[in-house]
Write a protein that binds this ligand. Structure first.
Ligand code: SF4
Length: 326
């Protein structure tokens, strides 16, 4: 254990001095013994606090277009391929979306993410979304992020012009696991969209889902690819198996494995906002502090795309209880 502690310390000092850890070092870190896990989490927490301070980034989102997606991502209840029984709707009217942004702002939430379930927007849907963004800018004044699927360069530039801060497009899973969870598009298509986002000058929000049956090394593989993209934000979703989807019966990933992943992602992406997203309330209900004191420094509040979540008030209380600030 002494040698492991020394190794973790060495990696922490390397990261804090501005250097990247190597792939081999990341492999050793992710495989430390269970006895060293707390020490690993503490080191990840120290990196987070020294680089990003005590702030927790709190974001809310709206599912602006729900269900009937033509893609077949096996974790997703919004795919038209599966009988998940969720309610579905077309792009919501602008009034509803603007009102939601306003409520988020009044709740003290810092940023508002507009999410649509589809492969990518048609030009007319995209134009409608641009008008909604203008309205939120004029009437609400909250930081806006978007997650609209595959977009091209001209769309990315248009969003940048409209002062959208960040664009979310997750890699979802590692390259070696991706074909197990999706057949209608490829890992490279996702990667390419992320490169378009970066080129446009929008901030990048890119992460994935853990607990879909991938191995620990495949989780690390995802982390290494994400680190190469150097996203401003990285959401870590934890699979909540959805009725009717191919992953409905997927066994739950263990809490130590979640904490191990968060800690190592912090070593790989020291400056990124690491956001614990979907699945947080299910897996971490009594242990959220362990994640926020183990490398994570962001949360989604108020519910997700197809599952509910904590209220912002409850989340703000939890954050201040552990000595952090929203
Ligand atoms: S994850 Fe996105 S692209 Fe995949 S099925 Fe769900 S909504 Fe569609």
């Amino acid at each position: 254990m002494g040698a492991e502690y020394e190794f973790i310390k060495l990696c922490k000092e390397k990261v804090l001095s501005g250097q990247d850890i190597t792939e081999h070092e990341a492999q050793r870190l992710v495989n430390v013994s269970d006895e060293s896990l707390q020490f690993l989490s503490d080191a990840a927490n120290e990196i987070t606090r020294k680089i990003s301070g005590h702030i927790v980034d709190v974001e809310s989102l709206i599912n602006a277009k729900k269900g009937k997606c033509q893609e077949d991502c096996s974790f997703c209840s919004q795919s038209a391929f599966y009988k998940s029984g969720i309610d579905t709707y077309k792009l919501l009217p602008s009034d509803t979306i603007v009102q939601n942004a306003l409520v988020s702002k009044l709740d003290g939430v810092k940023s508002f993410c507009l999410v649509c379930a589809w492969r990518g927007p048609t030009q007319s849907d995209f134009d409608r979304i641009c008008n909604i963004i203008k309205e939120i800018n004029d009437k609400v004044g909250i930081e806006i992020n978007c997650s609209l699927g595959f977009i091209d360069e001209s769309m990315a530039l248009r969003l940048k012009e409209l002062k959208v801060k960040r664009y979310n497009h997750n890699l979802e899973a590692s390259r070696s696991f991706f074909s197990k969870i999706c057949s209608t598009h490829t890992y490279d298509e996702r990667m390419n969209t992320n490169l378009i986002i970066k080129k446009s000058g929008l901030e990048l929000c890119c992460g994935g889902i853990i607990g879909m049956g991938e191995t620990r090394m495949q989780r690390l593989e995802l982390g290494l690819d994400l680190a190469k993209l150097d996203p401003e934000e990285c959401p870590i979703n934890i699979l909540v198996p959805q009725k009717g989807t191919p992953l409905e019966m997927q066994p739950k990933i263990s809490l130590p494995e979640i904490l191990r992943t968060i800690a190592v992602f912090r070593f790989l992406m020291p400056k990124t906002i690491l956001k614990i997203a979907g699945g947080r309330e299910v897996y971490l209900s009594n242990e959220e502090e362990k994640a926020l004191l183990g490398g994570a420094n962001g949360i989604i509040t108020g519910g997700y795309l197809t599952i509910g979540g904590n209220s912002p008030a409850k989340d703000f209380e939890m954050i201040s209880k552990i000595g952090l600030e929203a």
